[in-house]
Design a protein around this ligand. Structure first.
Ligand code: AMP
Ligand code: MG
Length: 408
């Protein structure tokens, strides 16, 4: 059976970034820039004042004090009409262009202006260029300001706006079809009859896809019947990723692996050394002139399905979208004793807190892979390695943080 790390490696080996599309900047937040963006202007576009004050010739203040005639006022958005000569100063506001002749700005706090249009400055002799940001000091025209491969965050939205870009080329969001399988399933808006349960995995996985940066295509429920299962899977194979839940264990109605293979999906692996999530099935369906469709047969038990999504599907979606999977594992201190038994690494639901300069992890009461409700109290999964061990309060453990609804 594959170890978690080897399974992830096998999956990522089949993941290739999708093609690029152009879209408005605000729709592209969280996506990856597909081409370098260069500035169309110098920034700042002119030598500008960094403070409110007086633009002067630095030499005037050599003695530490100067009495100057105020020749005009320039606010941001205006342009100076007059050059500053010896014995003169221009009142200037932050962001406004520096008048010619001036080579320093003295802060308004160092000035006393009198009613007769004169100002007395008392300050240390200024260096040439004091409180002036030179044209192009931040960015020069033609310079690459955001390189291809960068994730667009609010910061990048600001920079794109600064250089006049309202549309950008970005790597597409992967489309992810979600299909729940099982004769026992009814949609969430129905009351289950005898032997039935509601389909919780389908909506949960669709929400997880959106949160991971994919576009979810909800295919509903397929029964454990080869024909109807095939028909639903064929529909799902046109997406970049197909997520199935259920039908991948060893039961008599666990038909998913055989139906997938019959439909031309190549099996990459089946079963991972992992708890919960052991029955995970992964394969690829090759496509003409397109990267293959990735097919995940996730286990039916809701926590198993969720854990497999967190450990594997999230990383695959990130890679298709051109992103590295963000590292979400942190070391933490156990806050109570915990006895772990088992021959598989176990991901146990937990609460993680950052307190007194370190992470602390507390396991939550959990009844196993079908107990999804317990995860409502969890924000992390403690990774207990395989083997029996009695952990003590204060022992260090590795903890996988669960992400809330964001993917950058
Ligand atoms: P399976 O792998 O199909 O044998 O399913 C394992 C367990 O998960 C069974 O108890 C199923 O009833 C349950 N299960 C399967 N699919 C879902 C689903 N979509 N939502 C909730 N539970 C499910
Ligand atoms: Mg089933």
């Amino acid at each position: 059976m594959l170890a978690v790390a080897d399974a992830l490696k096998a999956i990522l080996g089949e993941c290739h970034p999708l093609g690029a599309v152009k879209m408005p900047v605000l729709e592209a937040v969280g996506l990856v820039l597909a081409a370098d963006v260069a500035s169309d202007i110098d920034s700042p576009p002119h030598d500008k004042a960094m403070v409110d004050g007086y633009a002067i010739r630095a030499a005037e203040l050599a003695s530490g004090t100067a009495d100057l005639g105020v020749i005009e006022e320039v606010t941001a958005g205006a342009v100076p009409a007059r050059a500053v000569s010896a014995g003169e100063a221009t009142r200037i506001m932050t962001g406004a262009p520096i008048p010619s002749g001036a080579d320093a700005v003295v802060m308004i706090e160092r000035a006393r202006e009198s009613a007769d249009g004169r100002v007395v400055l008392v300050d240390r002799p200024p260096a040439v260029g004091q409180n002036i940001m030179r044209r192009g000091a931040a960015t020069k025209r033609g310079e690459v300001v955001i390189a291809a491969g960068t994730v667009i965050r609010p910061i990048e939205v600001g920079v794109l706006s600064e250089v006049g870009r309202t549309k950008v080329r970005v790597v597409s969001r992967p489309t992810v079809a979600v299909l729940a399988t099982g004769n026992e399933l009814v949609p969430a808006d129905q009351t289950p009859g005898a032997g039935q349960i509601r389909n919780s995995n389908g909506p949960m996985l669709a929400a997880a896809v959106t949160g991971a940066g994919g576009v979810a295509e909800v295919l509903g429920i397929a029964p454990d019947d080869p024909e109807r299962l095939s028909a639903a899977i064929i529909e799902g194979l046109s997406a970049d990723v197909l997520l199935l839940s259920g039908g991948v264990s060893a039961g008599v109605l666990d038909l998913v692996p055989n139906v997938l293979v019959d439909l031309g999906v190549e099996r990459v692996f089946h079963k991972v050394q992992l708890k919960p999530g052991k029955p995970l099935w992964f394969g690829v369906r090759r496509r003409e002139a397109k990267p293959p469709t990735l097919v995940f047969g996730l286990p039916g038990n809701p926590v198993s399905s969720f854990v497999c999504f967190e450990l594997f599907v999230r990383a695959a979606i990130a890679r298709l979208a051109g992103r590295e999977n963000a590292i979400t594992v942190v070391p933490a201190v156990l806050t109570e004793p915990f006895s772990h038994r088992g021959d598989r690494p176990t991901y146990h639901p937990a609460r993680l807190h950052f307190i007194n300069g370190r992470f602390e992890a507390t396991p939550v009461a959990w009844k196993g892979s079908s107990d999804l409700a317990a995860l409502v109290r969890a924000n992390a999964l403690i990774q207990f390695p395989a083997g029996d061990r009695a952990y003590q309060t204060g022992d260090m453990v590795e903890v996988h943080r669960l992400q809330s609804h964001c993917f950058v």
